[in-house]
Design a protein around this ligand. Structure first.
Ligand SMILES: Cc1cc2nc3c(=O)[nH]c(=O)nc-3n(C[C@H](O)[C@H](O)[C@H](O)COP(=O)(O)OP(=O)(O)OC[C@H]3O[C@@H](n4cnc5c(N)ncnc54)[C@H](O)[C@@H]3O)c2cc1C
Length: 264
């Protein structure tokens, strides 16, 4: 999804630098060794985040893989009784507190192949296979001010960054903006602090001073502190819109990193 991306269109009327300067894509081919291998993992807990998003806690069996860096993902492989397999990538939602346990949050795509199986068939005690962790571009090591912008399930890798930031003492400035359609679509409810702004695109909660609507420059301006690296994750439409806004507000395109989920 992030490989071979076409150039991003410019917003009409804005003279933006070309966004292909954003840098290499986030996924890297694993160099060698354990990360290439599929490892068995047992589902140890399942938690509903929303009506259509579920978090799976997985304990990796056998050799422990590398401890992940926030922003990385695992590939998940499912094998049917007839031996056919399907695999998809899922961002790691948990902080890198353990190498042998990770949490992945999966949005249900009703006509999809893998996400409905994970939602409807997989239970605690079941096994899947994992390979990873992968990704060397869309990662945050906690050493630079960060601005995290997530649309829908795009909040998943950003939550790993936020959890890591919180667990390691909130030493550098971090701002998180989460864009959801309706209040009930918010993942990880109850975990956010004053670092987080939630905006609603279709239906705002009662009393919210911000009317429902698409992410705007006015939403982003108060979050810009200078010296930040921006991490933008969501659908192609959300990611393009958010990154264009950041650049139009003066953020160097080279400081904007993008991960895209879903169809183009
Ligand atoms: C690096 C990376 C990290 C990812 N992290 C996550 C994550 O943390 N959580 C998560 O839920 N997904 C994540 N994804 C997306 C995930 O890999 C799958 O694409 C997704 O779960 C759909 O797979 P599926 O087999 O259910 O659907 P498919 O069988 O692949 O697709 C079926 C139909 O749904 C459409 N579709 C696929 N994905 C989406 C989508 N997200 N929204 C709307 N329509 C879609 C397809 O175009 C197609 O028409 C990530 C993808 C990448 C590349």
């Amino acid at each position: 999804m992030t490989d071979g991306l076409p150039p991003l269109p410019s917003l009409p009327g804005l003279d933006l630098p070309p966004l292909p300067t954003l840098g290499p894509v986030s996924r890297q081919v694993p160099p060698s060794g354990a990360r290439r291998r599929w490892l068995p993992a047992e589902v140890t807990a399942i938690r509903d985040e929303t009506a259509t998003a579920r978090t799976f806690r997985l304990r990796i069996r056998g050799e422990a893989p590398d401890r992940h860096v926030p922003g990385q993902h695992y590939d998940v492989r499912l094998t049917a009784p007839d031996g056919s397999t399907a695999q998809r990538s899922y961002s790691i939602a948990s902080a890198p507190d353990r190498a042998d346990e990770v949490e992945l949050t999966v949005e249900l795509i009703p006509d999809g192949e893998v996400s409905p199986f994970l939602h409807e068939e997989i239970g605690v005690g079941d096994r899947v296979e994992l390979r990873g962790p992968f990704g060397g571009w869309f990662v945050w090591r906690g050493d630079t001010p960060a601005l995290l912008l997530g649309g829908g399930s795009g909040v998943v890798p950003l939550m790993a960054m936020r959890r890591f930031w919180h667990d390691s003492g909130e030493r550098v400035p971090l701002r998180l903006l989460v864009s959801v359609r309706r209040p009930e679509d918010l993942y990880y409810r109850g975990e956010y602090g004053s670092e987080t702004t939630v905006i609603h695109t279709r239906q705002a909660p009662p009393g919210d001073p911000r009317p429902a609507g698409r992410l705007s420059a006015d939403d982003l301006r108060p979050l810009l502190t200078g010296g930040q690296i921006a991490y933008v994750c969501g659908s192609a439409g959300f990611s393009e819109h958010a990154s264009q806004l950041l650049v139009s507000l003066g953020m160097p395109a080279a400081d904007v990193r993008i991960e895209r989920f879903g169809p183009g």
